[in-house]
Design a protein. Sequence first.
Length: 247
Amino acid sequence: MSQPLMPHATACWLIENTGLSFSQIADFCGLHMLEVQAIADDTTSIKYTPRDPVRAHELTVEEIRKGEADPDYALKISRGSEPVRRTKGPRYTPVSKRQDKPDGIAWILRNHPEISDGAIGRLIGTTRTTIAAIRDRSHWNIANIVPKDPVTLGLCSQRELDAEVAKAAKKAGIEAPADTRLDGAKAALIEELRRQRDDAGRDEAGRDDAARVEEGEEQSIPASNPFREEAERLFGRSSDGGEADRD
């Protein structure tokens, strides 16, 4: 990162303890010059507690002296603030889903006993004590625990579950079970797509036949009808449809 962790508080400390210009402070803290001016004039709506960037190892005394000696010098941050990384402990589970953890644990214990407690803890975000209590049915709420798929409960993804199952099966020397829950739906989908394709082909063929028939009818109709002309001549009908004069 190229800015201090708390830019406003850092700017407040630099204003009070250094001879740096407002422009230098604004550039170092990633603020607008007017923000620095407001902090210096004490006209901001929030009162900031000064934060020493030297003690935070974000700025050195040598950099401050260089900046004070040269108003055009751009301060360089020593190191950016490092984000906190969670490396240990169980997975975080939202509060709304925590009551579903025992059901997911019971489902895994029943359907995949080869998965270790550590793997279950990583998947569900629980402890070995809870897993052991559900396994030996000493859990305080064991009467109300109903095994449910942790994927449908939203406690883990299907990919994570499949990966742990495959890893546990390989370690135990057994064949990983194949997920056949969607086989029927997949076959039905394929059959439906084939039926739609066939219907579309038949509809297209019907439209082509109708177009050919219509085109043939138009070509078969003559421009003039000789039978009508003969009838008009014999029965005295004029060309405009009126009665012809008779003797």
